[in-house]
Write a protein of this length. Structure first.
Length: 431
């Protein structure tokens, strides 16, 4: 009996304290001229109640559905990368870096302040890649339905589906101001993130001792797979490296750090994130035991290089560890944190921004190459096909004449990178 009375007394005190604390908080906010949370919650509740009682089709709208719609609208209004996710959406998000999924193989984004859906980059050797979808293409329709006003997650849901089914996209290419339709057959998208120039895993040196590694994105095994590729190339006597991040839309932050630490001394700052408050800074440092500190290297980037690609290129450029060649990168440098909530749902919320070691902000600006080498969209499309496994010959949709044209296109950015490394070899030989 005494325990029951004691428990009741404690609970009563807690309720009183919580109520007094809440009232003090509200009064303090009012006195300071700030937001009054109680007043705003009351406004929200009154609007929800009015919709329930008077909306002409409101009979089927539960309180739960109204609140969920409100949360989706709230999160999507903050920025293109924040969202309220239902259980199915949350599960799809977790699949992106864990294995395979059914889709067409493109990473999309919606730039802040703009209402159109943009291709960040097609994934290597996927239906979209083989169809010539390019970074910067705008998806104006999916299956004849306009993409105006849809969220990123809604776009992903329309693009994904059962392997073997088709989806038709209407694309607008700003550089040529042309619109075209492409029909893509969905497939299991199995991401192999570390490849050689043929889209395979052979990793053979060129005659002049230059190694080439192409990172298609940053998945769970990218750091380890890159290390194996580098070890193979070093065993052959590699004198210099071209690390190709063109068309790489990003991925996992820890894998970007693992890639950087292959070339940096242990303890070196790779990247840091800064949140809303001064104390919300998180630093990531290299921890490699056997880095390649003296290996000359060049990194290739373009407009399809985003997020983790920009962390790697920005870090190694900042520290003078590489020369960056190509075109301005995409400029996606914000951090999305996942907060699971009730009933299998989650919030994806932008909580910080990435900064290079010298405190350059990536988001909205991107990484500017040390040497700018522009490539036309036609040439870029040809280079995509050349780097597909088996090369242009495997792609049966082209005539022999078209295949011959595609084969003749030279990779000017790669050639410039190799020329730079050859020059470094000569300088080293003469010193």
């Amino acid at each position: 009996m005494k325990r029951t009375l004691l428990f009741s007394s404690v609970m009563a005190l807690l309720v009183v304290n919580a109520t007094v604390g809440w009232l003090l908080y509200v009064e303090t906010a009012r006195a300071a001229g700030g937001d009054d949370p109680y007043e705003q919650y009351e406004l929200f509740a009154s609007v929800v109640e009015r919709i329930r009682s008077d909306y002409v089709e409101g009979d089927d709208l539960s309180y739960g559905e109204l609140v969920q719609r409100s949360l989706k609208g709230l999160l999507s209004s903050l920025d293109p990368h924040s969202e309220f996710m239902e259980p199915i959406q949350y599960d799809e998000l977790k699949k992106d870096t864990e294995g395979a999924f059914g889709g067409v193989g493109i990473v999309v984004s919606m730039e802040e302040g703009k209402s159109y859906l943009t291709v960040v980059s097609p994934m290597a050797d996927t239906p979209a890649y083989r169809a010539g979808v390019l970074s910067g293409d705008r998806i104006v329709k999916i299956e004849g339905r306009s993409t105006q006003g849809i969220t990123l997650q809604q776009a992903v849901e329309r693009l994904r589906g059962k392997p073997g089914t088709e989806v038709t996209l209407t694309l607008f290419r700003p550089s040529s101001e042309k619109t075209r339709e492409v029909s893509l057959e969905r497939a299991i998208i199995k991401v192999e993130t570390v490849k050689d120039g043929r889209g395979e895993q052979s990793f053979d040196l060129s005659e002049d001792g230059i190694g080439y590694v192409w990172l298609t994105q940053f998945g769970e095994q990218t750091g380890k797979d890159l290390r194996r590729a580098l070890d193979r190339l070093m065993e052959q006597g590699m004198r210099g490296l071209v690390l190709d991040l063109r068309g790489n839309p990003g991925g996992l932050l820890d894998q970007a750090v693992e890639v950087c630490e292959q070339f940096l001394p242990s303890g070196q700052l790779v990247v840091f994130t800064q949140g809303r408050e001064e104390g919300m800074r998180s630093e990531h440092h290299a921890a490699s035991r056997d880095p390649l500190l003296d290996l000359p290297m060049v990194i290739l980037v373009n407009g399809g290089s985003a997020s983790a690609s920009e962390i790697v290129s920005g870090c190694l450029q900042d520290l003078g560890r590489t020369v960056v060649v190509g075109e301005q990168t995409f400029g996606k440098g914000s951090v999305q944190s996942i907060f699971p909530v009730s009933q299998g749902r989650a919030l994806r919320l932008t909580t910080a921004k990435y900064y290079t070691p010298s405190e350059k902000v990536i988001h909205g600006r991107g990484i500017t190459p040390d040497i700018v080498v522009p490539v036309s969209d036609d040439d870029l499309e040809a280079l995509f096909y050349q780097r597909s496994p088996g090369g242009v010959d495997r792609l049966t949709q082209f005539s022999d004449e078209e295949k011959a044209r595609l084969k003749q296109v030279k990779d000017e950015q790669l050639e410039r990178a190799r020329d730079l490394l050859r020059g470094l070899f000569l300088l080293g030989a003469g010193s």
